[in-house]
Design a protein around this ligand. Sequence first.
Ligand SMILES: Nc1ncnc2c1ncn2[C@@H]1O[C@H](COP(=O)(O)OP(=O)(O)OP(=O)(O)O)[C@@H](O)[C@H]1O
Ligand SMILES: [Mg+2]
Length: 112
Amino acid sequence: MKKIEAVVKPFKVEDVKEALAELGIEGMTLSEVKGFGRQKGHSEIYRGSEYTVDFLPKVKFEVVVADDRAQRAVEAILRSAKTGKIGDGKIFVCDVEQAVRIRTDERDVDAL
Ligand SMILES: Nc1ncnc2c1ncn2[C@@H]1O[C@H](COP(=O)(O)OP(=O)(O)OP(=O)(O)O)[C@@H](O)[C@H]1O
Ligand SMILES: [Mg+2]
């Protein structure tokens, strides 16, 4: 299993969610986060006003999928989150050792 973490622009939430749902992904976590990249938050326009602070609002998706779905999920996020402008975000992929559905004790891919 892989965990895909994607930090994207807040207005892209619906697009990314739909792109992932179209792949048949049934569970995901979304968090409101703040962050900065290499511009350190400067000169990036958010809702029409220029921020001069370091941390900008972003949203983070976390989705755990079977290995054979991971690349499709990455491509779906890439397509749906891209504007081509700075601050579009990042996608990180890492290995997941174990998953458990608490209600049923199901493990790993059965638990996703
Ligand atoms: N190395 C990193 N580790 C963790 N989070 C990061 C990292 N780089 C960026 N982020 C997160 O992603 C968000 C968006 O980053 P951003 O897209 O601005 O990256 P960038 O490298 O500056 O690329 P660009 O030049 O396209 O803006 C940041 O606000 C931060 O939350
Ligand atoms: Mg940046």
